[in-house]
Design a binder for this molecule. Structure first.
Ligand code: NOJ
Length: 514
């Protein structure tokens, strides 16, 4: 595994909303450069930046019009080059967002592909051979151009699927994955990765990484073969490249495809979702980290552990505070609950990912859809740096802002939390400092659950010489985990040894070193 990943802590930046340096109401690359010291001081040494490429922004930039061009609203290629340089000058790393499964319908490849005369790009996308023939199981579009065929979508209507082939082609228009036309798509994607690596980026977060090969099998063996080929070829030139997949199947992504990291994604009702986002419209919330929830950590562990065990020697199965596709963590959890949840996320194996603003508990806002965000829009609002005009995000008139800011009088800001020792921000900083200092956190194959029981709220786990005890409930809880002869190196609330076990205060999280 790429060495620096072992101690990496990522900060996700949604560039639209982080910092506007030129007063046009939208965040930009120079704004990010201004705030690198903040990110570093927070304790993050790596960045994942959402797409910053030229785009019509029908899906916030995940509809790429030109993979090699920086969107004007974010700045210039030179700004991006400087961002890479400034990141490295601080001993940090940065991943761009690679969108390999689809382009914007405005990409020049698609314009060429839509032509009725055959050309170099005719098979770059997946077309049926006649306009009324449908690609079963896939959303498709016909009636938009003269080419006699329908094309498959990968996500929104504006995002036609690139052609990496079919695992078992059934129709003449379905190509096997090693067909020269599909190989040409791979070559194009390799070329794009190399282009940005040459420019100085350190790797990619890969969008919908599992979506490449169509009619793939359950473990996505076709897509894995494609990735394994693309990754190994890019690695020949850039052995240090770091890649994290949006996949949520580490056995495939890390075990077979060759990614070093995969995310535990938030899917309704899954193990990750139950930790912090298990709520419904009735106001019921049974998230594990809610004080009054009845949930035990087993619901998370049952799904997490087998997936973790499958790849723990090979790569990182990563936990996130949130991302641009999810409701913010603070939507459900109050400050104390957030502290406990973060303490857990940041002491588990894998590289943690902090979504911008989650470190201060930025709220989820009910907002109308912007750039294809739909319900995700409310998690994409301007970063709240300080009190006053637009929270220090931008000097623009309010009406020009990319999205409205949080008008709540109690909206959190970096400024307010920066020097307050009991703030969420201070907690995140302190815990990340502890994380940096302990070697056990730099190894990722060392997780042992030492106490977790159905029906019990408190639990404990160990990583080499470190024991983590957590009680998310509102009551004191006793667990059979001894902590005599250990030093407490971090605590929210406290734990005391009792009768060979330990008693955890309500809503506590304690790290002891043996
Ligand atoms: C996942 C991205 O995170 C999301 O924002 C986007 O809309 C889809 N993929 C489509 O690219």
């Amino acid at each position: 595994m790429t060495e620096w990943l072992k101690t990496a802590v990522f900060y996700e930046i949604y560039p639209q909303s982080f910092k506007d340096s030129n007063g046009d109401g939208i965040g930009d690359l120079r704004g990010i450069i201004e705030k690198l010291d903040y990110i570093k001081e927070l304790g993050c040494n790596a960045i994942w930046m959402n797409p910053c490429y030229d785009s019509p922004f029908k899906d916030a930039g995940y509809d790429v019009r030109d993979y090699k061009k920086v969107a004007e609203r974010y700045g210039t290629l030179e700004d991006l080059r400087q961002l890479f340089e400034q990141v490295h000058a601080r001993d940090m790393h940065i991943l761009m967002d690679l969108v390999p499964g689809h382009t914007s319908e405005e990409h020049r490849w698609f314009a060429a592909s839509s032509q009725k005369e055959p050309n170099e790009y005719s098979e770059r996308y997946i077309w049926t051979d006649c306009w009324y023939k449908r690609a079963e199981g896939f959303p498709y579009i016909a009636g938009e151009c003269e080419r006699n065929g329908a094309y498959i979508l990968n996500y929104f209507k504006c995002q036609p699927a690139l052609n990496y082939g079919f695992l078992n082609p059934q129709e003449s228009w379905q190509k096997p994955i090693d067909h020269p036309d599909c190989m040409a798509t791979r070559e194009a994607m390799i070329d794009i990765m190399c282009y940005w690596m040459e420019m100085g980026c350190d790797g990619f977060r890969v969008d919908m990484a599992d979506s490449l090969v169509k009619n793939d099998d359950a473990v996505k063996s076709g897509t894995c073969r494609v990735w394994s080929d693309m990754i190994s070829r890019v690695q020949e030139k850039y052995p240090e490249i770091a890649l994290v997949s949006e996949w949520n199947n580490p056995a495939s992504a890390i075990g077979m495809a060759g990614f070093q990291m995969d995310f535990f994604l938030d899917w309704f009702g899954n193990g990750y979702n139950l930790l912090m986002r298990d709520y419904d419209d009735t106001g019921r919330d049974d998230s594990f980290f809610k004080k009054d929830s009845g949930r035990s950590i087993q619901d998370f562990l049952q799904e997490y552990l087998p997936k973790y065990e499958a790849v723990k020697e090979k790569g990182l199965y990563c936990l996130i505070t949130g991302n641009h596709d999810m409701v913010r963590a603070a939507y459900n959890l109050d400050e104390r609950e957030l502290k406990l949840a973060y303490a857990f996320l940041f002491t588990m194996p894998g590289a943690p990912f902090i979504y911008y603003g989650d470190e201060i508990g930025m709220r989820y806002l009910q907002l109308p859809c912007k750039e294809g965000g739909y319900t995700r829009t409310g998690s994409r609002t301007p970063m709240q740096w300080e009190a006053g005009r637009n929270y220090g995000f931008s000097d623009a008139d309010e009406a020009l802002l990319y999205l409205p800011t949080d008008t709540d009088g109690a909206a959190p800001t970096v400024e307010e939390q920066q020097n307050r020792p009991d703030s969420l921000l201070s907690m995140v900083r302190e815990l990340l400092r502890v994380r940096r200092e302990q070697e056990a956190f730099g190894r990722h194959d060392n997780l042992q659950v030492i106490f977790a029981e159905e029906g019990k709220r408190a639990f404990a786990y160990q990583r080499d010489d470190l024991i983590m005890l957590c009680n998310p409930s509102g009551q004191e809880e006793k667990i059979p985990v001894g902590i005599e002869n250990t030093d407490v190196i971090y605590q929210i609330g406290s734990a005391r040894p009792e009768g060979g076990g330990s008693v955890l205060e309500p809503q506590s999280f304690v790290i002891c070193r043996k």
